[in-house]
Design a protein around this ligand. Structure first.
Ligand SMILES: [Zn+2]
Length: 253
């Protein structure tokens, strides 16, 4: 059994067999599984189906090797956020020891993922918290990563995920200026439609979540601070979440 997370991060990686079980539990409970921009488009179109948006960060090669097939079997859409400045290399950014995170996809691999119907989103260039960057560097981070992705994908890049989840009013405004329609942080709570689409919160499944556990997390919102199961299960409550958690995100956010 191979893991979506590799090496020391395996503890937070969700193995493909478990991902399959988790997706089946959500589908079986009536949730429609889609990428984030599609989920928001559906809401805008008046859709009242229960939706779960699936998101994956960083763009590891094992997403292509393992997750793409499982998603296709489940008939699920998803959004993959690429760490654009690390493509074709081991992930070696803040909080990561060189070589521990597994390689990031190259452009040809990313094209395969996009060809499978996965939405490609932007996760910045250098994977540094954006809220602490000087204005000029913040702008460059978002502009350069955006231009590279948009040129390579030949389709609009609409969704952004803040590295480590950190954002600010300036970060959100800069992302919006480059044509994005939504962006997500970490949050660990349900996203409520009508709140800021440049701060979409996400829940974080781990290998400890069976299919049933994940269903409970989605219904309950993952926090005592959000409304309980009954209210969360009603249409109007929506969830964005990611399946593959990376450990430094948990440490830093
Ligand atoms: Zn990341």
């Amino acid at each position: 059994m191979s893991s979506i997370g590799e090496g020391p991060l395996r503890v937070f990686g969700v193995p493909p067999e478990l991902l399959r079980e988790q997706l089946a539990a959500l589908s079986g409970a009536g949730y429609r599984l889609v990428g984030l921009s599609e989920a928001l488009d559906l809401l805008d179109g008046g859709c009242t189906d229960p939706l779960v948006a699936l998101t994956f960060d960083d763009g590891y090669v094992d997403f292509l090797d393992h997750a793409v097939g499982v998603l296709a079997e489940a008939g699920a859409g998803a959004t993959l956020y690429m760490s654009v400045g690390h493509m074709g290399e081991p992930a070696g950014w803040l909080g990561a020891q060189a070589g521990t995170l597994g390689p990031i996809m190259d452009w040809a691999q990313l094209a395969e993922v996009a060809g499978a119907g996965i939405e490609i989103g932007n996760h910045s260039l250098i994977h540094h918290p954006l809220d602490v960057l000087p204005t000029a560097q913040l702008d460059q981070e978002i502009r350069d990563s955006h231009v590279r992705l948009a040129d390579a994908m030949a389709r609009p890049i609409r969704s952004f995920a803040y590295p480590h989840g950190y954002n600010s009013a300036a970060v959100r405004a800069t992302v919006a200026r480059y044509g994005y329609t939504n962006a997500c942080e970490v949050g660990r709570r349900l996203y409520r439609d009508g709140t800021d689409r440049f701060a979409v919160s996400r829940l974080q499944p781990t290998p400890d979540h069976s299919g049933e556990d994940l269903l409970e997390l989605v219904r309950g919102g993952g926090s005592r601070l959000v409304p309980g199961l009954k209210r969360a299960a009603q249409p109007g409550w929506r969830v964005a979440r990611r399946v593959a958690l990376r450990v430094f995100h948990a440490k830093l956010t």
